[in-house]
Design a binder for this molecule. Structure first.
Ligand code: ADP
Length: 530
């Protein structure tokens, strides 16, 4: 066997391989030379026997074979069925010295594409070869495109059916077959809406599908969602669309059905909707509850403040009378008292004064809580205000031998506040620093700049301090943090002070350690001098 290689390629870009089978070496040489020289575009291989023909064919997969009818006593026609089986689109052209019709018929019956008579006319040979190779190339291109479309059709995730104008299924892709768990042959040729794989509960679905099909047949594209029960009774939701394929006269020839199983998606969506509705209902419910509770709390608070205000008001008048008459008795204007009586009278006066103080504080608290008071906001110099407040507690400071430290700032800071209310807060902080101090302890007052253009006034003591567990009770009205009755107080001062500070756009806070002391601070907006 000889292999002749040509230098050029066909226009298609692919070099065609031609196998020449003949037991006459002269013919092999002549044909090879002709095909190489004349066309210059074929890859030519030769075989001189049936056996070598099979071997070479396996090696090179020829596009076309030129086969002599007689091969060393064997019939070249026998090669054709073999080649057809192995290379279905190979072109087989027989060569023969016979000129009879009978031979031509046998050659074609055996699967040959054509036959030529010996001696071969080179022009006829080349024309025939070119004709068949071009046909083959066109055929291959068509098959390639078909295979590509088929792959897309088969492997798309959507279920796709092709129906004829009667609604009979002509094609169904893999996804469609998979859902129906049916073999292709059981699906094809069924009428789409009477398909046996739809469960028995689908009567209305079948009617709907038929209706959709009718609409599509009239040229409309239909898209909808349908509920289907499969043969196992499982419910599915499909997003389905039917599109008509029309011919040149706009007559519907086919209908393409696409369907997508959206069951999971819809179920999740429904669950989400349920959750959302539930959540919204709960939010409305909770908001109503909270509003009701708030209205109730506000009402109760108002009632409490009103009660406190009324009660302390009512108590103040008789209390003043008790104190007034007691003072009269004490001065002796209603008759001289003996020393025991004087002592008792002093007790009555002391307790009465305490009671009056308490009443005044309760009245103050109720006013602050109900907002029933007004503030005189001005630019207030801090130092003189502190000094005035300190002077009021100085006798107690001295009595307890407490060391007092205050170094007025040379910058004479100003704050924006109601002067009287500021004094009230400072007095409360100072008197607490004395009350909850120890004999011989210290109190330090400082004024320092704070963040956001504020001024901080600090009152620090090294007294009994506050335990961490009690921090949140400090500003609660009437809560005295388990102080014993010996330390006078009502538990109202800090509650009122905090509310006043906030009303003046300020803040009241503290840090404290049990047994070490407390540091109360008041922050107020800094004022500007005119
Ligand atoms: P009170 O009339 O009892 O002094 P306040 O409202 O002024 O009421 O204070 C509330 C409670 O906070 C006090 O009873 C006390 O237990 C605690 N407290 C306030 N100031 C201090 C302080 N400087 N050191 C320790 N405890 C304090």
């Amino acid at each position: 066997m000889q292999v002749h290689k040509s230098a050029t390629t066909l226009e298609s870009g692919r070099q065609a391989t031609i196998l020449i089978i003949d037991d006459d070496p002269d013919i092999l040489d002549a044909l090879s030379a002709l095909l190489e020289v004349e066309s210059g575009s074929y890859h030519v291989v030769t075989a001189d026997s049936m056996e070598s023909a099979y071997r070479v064919a396996d090696e090179v997969s020829p596009d076309l074979a030129i086969i002599d009818i007689s091969l060393g006593g064997k019939s070249g026609l026998d090669i054709v069925p073999f080649m057809r089986r192995r290379f279905p689109d190979m072109i087989c052209i027989m060569m023969t010295a016979h000129r009879d019709v009978e031979f031509a018929a046998r050659a074609i019956r055996n699967g040959a594409n054509d036959y030529l008579h010996k001696p071969l006319d080179p022009k006829t040979l080349l024309t025939t070869i070119n004709h068949y190779l071009e046909q083959q190339a066109a055929q291959r291109k068509t098959s390639e495109i078909e295979a590509r479309y088929k792959a897309v059709f088969q492997q798309t995730f959507q279920m796709v059916f092709l129906l004829d104008a009667d609604g009979t299924i002509l094609e169904a892709n893999d996804a469609a077959l998979m859902l129906q768990k049916e073999k292709r042959e059981n699906v094809i040729n069924n009428v789409f809406w009477s398909a046996p794989w739809l469960g028995p509960a689908n009567t209305s679905t079948r009617e709907t599908l038929q209706l959709f099909f009718q609409k599509s047949l009239n040229g409309k594209t239909v898209r909808s969602e349908i509920r289907v029960e499969d043969i196992d009774g499982k419910k599915h939701t499909f997003d389905i669309s039917l599109k008509p394929i029309v011919d040149e006269q706009r007559k519907t020839e086919h209908v393409i059905v696409e369907a997508r199983d959206v069951t999971d998606y819809r179920e999740t969506q429904e669950k989400l909707l349920d959750l959302k509705e539930n959540l919204e209902a709960r939010v409305v419910e909770r908001t109503t509850e909270v509003n009701r509770a708030r209205t109730e709390a506000e009402r109760a608070n108002r009632a409490k403040s009103e009660f406190l205000a009324r009660m302390s008001h009512e108590l103040r008048t008789p209390m003043n009378a008790i104190l007034g008459f007691s003072q009269l008795l004490e001065t002796g204007s209603a008759g001289e008292l003996n020393p025991d009586q004087k002592e008792m009278m002093a007790e009555i006066l002391g307790a009465g004064q305490h009671l009056l103080d308490l009443i005044e504080e309760i009245l103050d608290l109720s006013r602050v809580e109900s907002g029933d008071y007004s503030l005189q906001i001005n630019t207030v110099p801090v130092d003189p205000t502190i000094k005035a407040s300190v002077s009021m507690v100085m006798p107690d400071i001295m009595k307890r031998n407490i060391q007092f430290v205050y170094n007025p700032s040379p910058e004479s800071p100003l704050v924006v506040a109601d002067e009287l209310r500021l004094k009230e807060i400072l007095l409360n902080l100072l008197s607490n620093a004395v009350k909850y101090n120890r004999d011989g302890g210290t109190i330090e007052v400082r004024v320092e700049p704070a963040e956001q253009g504020r001024i901080r006034i600090v009152v620090e003591d090294n007294g009994i301090g506050i335990a961490e567990r009690d921090y949140r009770r400090v500003f609660e009205p009437f809560d005295r943090l388990d102080q014993d009755y010996k330390t006078v107080g009502t538990g109202i001062g800090l509650a009122v002070s905090k509310k006043l500070a906030e009303k003046m756009d300020g803040e009241l806070g503290f840090t404290s350690h049990e047994g070490e002391g407390s540091c109360f601070w008041l922050k107020l907006p800094a004022g500007k001098s005119n």
